[in-house]
Design a binder for this molecule. Structure first.
Ligand SMILES: CC(=O)N[C@H]1[C@@H](OP(=O)(O)OP(=O)(O)OC[C@H]2O[C@@H](n3ccc(=O)[nH]c3=O)[C@H](O)[C@@H]2O)O[C@H](CO)[C@@H](O)[C@@H]1O
Ligand SMILES: C=C(OP(=O)(O)O)C(=O)O
Length: 438
């Protein structure tokens, strides 16, 4: 279990370049299985989850070549389907959430796709029904082995159909789209997820020869084609990282510039932080956060009632930033209700913030009320364990703003989504060390 040691209470300064998007990378990497031709991908983040998926693709027989930092080529012209039956696959497949998205491409191109129950954050129930109902709608036979949590779908030929998803699942939509592009006939997917990473996937598939329309909406129409070809693709900057750095700047009263953020793809994110009273300035395609020397004040609703910040499927606010919103609110002037609707176990980390001196009432597993300190009382340093990726970065931000030296264990949870975090934070003045040998 790795550990960070953090000396808090220092102002940071400078600029930071967001990494390529983790959750886009997981979709895009799975899509290379759809063609025997070469696919070149740029801006791939060097993080645990993505590297695990690249290793898994390599073990499946995909030729992987690192061309330069963040750029790889992939060629799936000799896929070894026997690997899917191996014990090694059962181990590797469950190592991350994103591996679930190899199923759609494998089913579409080779007639079968298997996966052990995938990993990812332990943040409540994370069902896969939407994925498999989609494949069944396309004509696949489904089986599930309860003993070893192993899922499988098989079909000689997928047939296009109309479907209404039971929920706008992000990885579910990506998986079904990747199956439908090679189905016979036309598929419509209503209540599709439509976040920017999914749009990126659809645009990439169209460049490979797929016929997807409605991209960016919740109704996708996919005319099946016989085969797809190679392409080149560049990942967007990671919007969850961008939100994390906005929160970091505010909490540490630092002036920070977040470079090349792709503003048009940030949706609600800048405005949600503005509602917390944070000045988020657009400078070209950068975000500039001035030092909030006098703190920041949470806005009430027009009628004077307390603000709620809640998640919703895109174009709503992403659930992955609510932990960061919550930690930022602990030092604001005013109150806010944070409502995590999607996941059941993502707010329990507030206990640690309460230990540090934050004023939070956990109303139930989904809702927490935060009463900000307005910097009149600094958080106190402590020792903590990162329970999941976003709670982990939130605790790290809390530690950087706190008085004294904090320790965070289980930092693999942070490393799975944040590239070279120690080096990048040190470059803007943070006092953070990775303790080896823990
Ligand atoms: C690898 C990856 O890309 N992971 C992201 C992906 O996970 P993932 O694709 O696994 O998440 P889903 O979109 O399937 O759903 C997440 C949770 O929200 C619930 N749900 C979903 C849709 C909906 O309309 N209503 C609803 O309540 C689901 O039941 C589930 O509990 O999307 C999530 C939601 O943005 C993000 O938190 C994850 O970081
Ligand atoms: C929940 C997340 O990731 P995963 O779906 O990989 O667990 C996340 O990125 O916040």
């Amino acid at each position: 279990m790795g550990t960070f040691k953090i000396e808090g209470g220092h102002q940071l300064k400078g600029s930071i370049q967001p990494q390529g998007a983790k959750n886009e990378a997981l979709q895009i990497l799975c899509a290379v299985l759809l063609t025997p031709e070469k696919v070149t991908i740029n801006n791939i983040p060097d993080i645990i989850d993505v590297n695990k998926l690249i290793t898994l693709l390599g073990n499946l027989g995909v030729k992987v070549e690192k061309l330069s930092e963040g750029t790889y080529s992939f060629q799936a012209d000799q896929v070894d389907l026997n690997y899917l039956e191996s014990a090694a696959f059962k181990e590797e497949g469950r190592g991350l959430r994103g591996s679930i998205m190899i199923v759609g491409p494998l089913l579409a191109r080779f007639g079968k796709g298997y996966i052990p129950k995938p990993g990812g954050d332990k943040i409540g129930r994370r069902r896969l029904d939407t994925h498999f109902e989609g494949f069944i709608n396309l004509g696949a036979k489904f089986r599930y082995n309860r003993e070893d949590y192993f899922y499988g779908v098989e079909a000689d030929q997928l047939i296009g159909t109309d479907m209404l998803l039971d929920e706008a699942s992000v990885t579910g939509t990506a998986n079904i789209v990747m199956a439908a592009v090679l189905a016979q006939g036309t598929t419509t997917i209503y209540n599709a997820a439509c976040e920017p990473y999914l749009q990126q996937l659809c645009k990439m598939l169209n460049r490979m020869g797929a016929k997807i329309s409605g991209v960016g909406s919740n109704l996708l129409t996919i005319e099946g084609v016989d085969s797809l070809g190679g392409t080149e693709h560049t990942m967007l900057p990671d919007m969850i990282e961008i939100g994390s750095w906005i929160g970091l700047a505010a909490m540490t009263k630092s002036e920070l510039t977040i470079k090349n953020v792709s503003w048009d793809d940030l949706g609600q994110i800048p405005n949600v932080f503005r509602k917390l009273g944070i000045t988020v300035e657009k400078q070209g395609d950068d975000i500039h956060i001035p030092a909030h020397t006098d703190g920041y004040e949470i806005q009430n609703y027009i009628d004077g009632s307390i603000l709620t910040i809640a998640d919703a499927p895109w174009p709503g606010f992403t659930p992955d930033l609510l932990s960061i919103v919550l930690v930022v609110a602990t030092q604001a002037r005013g109150e806010v209700l944070v409502h995590q609707k999607m996941f059941e176990s993502r707010l329990f980390f507030v206990d640690k913030l309460i230990d540090m001196g934050a004023k939070i009432i956990l109303c139930d597993p989904h809702r927490a009320t935060v009463i900000g300190h307005d910097f009149k009382s600094q958080l106190k340093a402590t020792t903590m364990v990162s329970p999941d990726i976003r709670a982990g970065i939130s605790l790290l931000i809390a530690a950087l703003s706190a008085k004294g030296t904090s320790t965070i264990h289980n930092i693999e949870q942070i490393d799975r989504g944040y590239q070279k975090i120690v080096e990048r934070l040190k470059a803007i003045g943070a006092k953070i060390e990775r303790l080896e040998g823990n």
